[in-house]
Design a protein around this ligand. Structure first.
Ligand code: KG4
Ligand code: ZN
Length: 353
């Protein structure tokens, strides 16, 4: 059994976790996530501020994770760290710190791709969420549909052609005067909305799509965002306060239904095509209850189970990095001390779709 310290600093969460286990038998011993709320003031993540905040919090966050796990670096077998993709300055803080610790302790550092972490995250809560499965990863920076044949073997079926799903939530929230990050506020507002008032079409979904089409599994959300912008501009300027709120709720509902409709349909196509009965969601947008409910409903006809991670494992966290690191540790993979960070990098283990 190995004990892994995970470190994640790719965006605006400084996170560390301790995990132990082997194979698919894994116990999460601790998880500390320090979210950088400062970015709310700016309506988006400011890279330099993020890097500096990681620098001040990385040491206390890691020691807290070790304390919470009732352990120390003397009892850690390897350090898993996110090396890509993400904000380069932010990633470098985690990578440099992980390498320094590993060097000082004479233990290996294991580089982990952030999106592979998201693929593993849900299995920490639901051990049944293991391959083979269809994975839908939807975050502020990424939208990926994958067929996961086994850990480490990934078929990338579709990705977004423009904005990520979470980015679309955040941009539409701004148009509707809601705070950043906008996913949760939109979900709340949409609950009050009338689904029949704004019927935006589901992006990239046509009834006559066929599996060979290049867009069969692809996503696109910028057109939907423009449709929302036009709807906001067309709102009656003199609407009384109550009416204004109602119209915004209706728009939020129309937007969310269309976006979810697209995510659900493409995921259904992938599960159906590969005869998968396990569907695993990941990334911050997987916190959306309407998405999870719609997904369960759509895949009922193929008897598939849908697993959505709890919020702490859906958004960026180091437990998922430690989990993916544990897998690579047992594959015999080791990073070297010239390990670098990269703003973008293809997911490792890709196989032909
Ligand atoms: O995975 P994550 O924490 O960070 C990235 O790697 O991007 O995802 C953050 C994204 C944000 O765009 C946020 O608006 C979205 O997840 N999000 C949601 C919900 N909660 C967070 N989107 C829709 N509904 C939610 N309930
Ligand atoms: Zn993420």
């Amino acid at each position: 059994m190995a004990r892994i310290l995970g470190i994640e600093t790719s965006c605006d969460e400084t996170s560390a976790a301790v995990l132990e286990g082997s194979g698919d038998s894994v116990t999460q011993r601790s998880l500390v996530i320090l979210s950088q709320d400062v970015h709310r003031v700016f309506g988006g993540v400011v890279p330099e501020i993020a890097s500096r905040a990681h620098l001040t919090s990385i040491v206390p966050v890691v020691s807290r994770a070790l304390d919470d796990a009732n352990t120390s670096l003397d009892n850690v077998d390897a350090i898993a760290v996110t090396y890509a993709p993400g904000l380069i300055g932010a990633l470098l803080v985690g990578v440099c710190y992980a390498k320094s610790l590993a060097f000082a302790r004479g233990i290996p550092v294991i580089p982990v791709h952030h999106m592979e972490g998201h693929i593993f995250a849900t299995s920490l809560e639901y051990p049944e969420a293991r391959p083979p499965f269809t994975a839908l990863l939807v975050s502020g920076g990424h939208t990926m549909l994958l067929d996961v044949e086994s850990w480490g073997r990934y078929r990338l079926l579709g990705a977004t052609r423009d904005d990520a799903a979470g980015e679309a939530f955040d941009k539409v929230a701004k148009l509707l005067g809601l705070p950043y990050p906008g996913g949760r506020p939109i979900e709340m507002l949409a609950r009050e909305g009338d689904p029949s008032r704004y019927r935006f079409s589901r992006p990239m979904v046509r009834t006559n799509d066929s599996p060979g089409d290049p867009d069969y599994y692809a996503f696109s959300f910028s057109g939907l965002k423009t449709a929302v912008l036009n709807a906001v501009k067309a709102m009656p300027a003199a609407a009384a306060d109550g009416d204004d709120h109602k119209i915004r709720a209706d728009i939020a509902r129309g937007f969310q239904d269309a976006l979810i409709g697209s995510l659900v349909e493409k995921t259904f196509r992938a599960a159906d095509a590969f005869a998968r009965t396990c569907i695993v969601l990941g990334g911050g947008v997987a916190c959306n209850g309407a998405l999870v409910a719609a997904m369960k409903q759509r895949v009922a006809e193929i008897d598939a189970n849908v697993y959505a991670p709890p919020p702490r494992l859906a958004t960026d966290n180091a437990a998922m990095i430690a989990r993916a690191g544990l897998y690579h540790y047992y594959q015999g993979e080791r990073g070297t001390l010239d390990l670098n960070a990269f703003p973008s990098r293809p997911l490792p283990g890709l196989i032909a779709a």
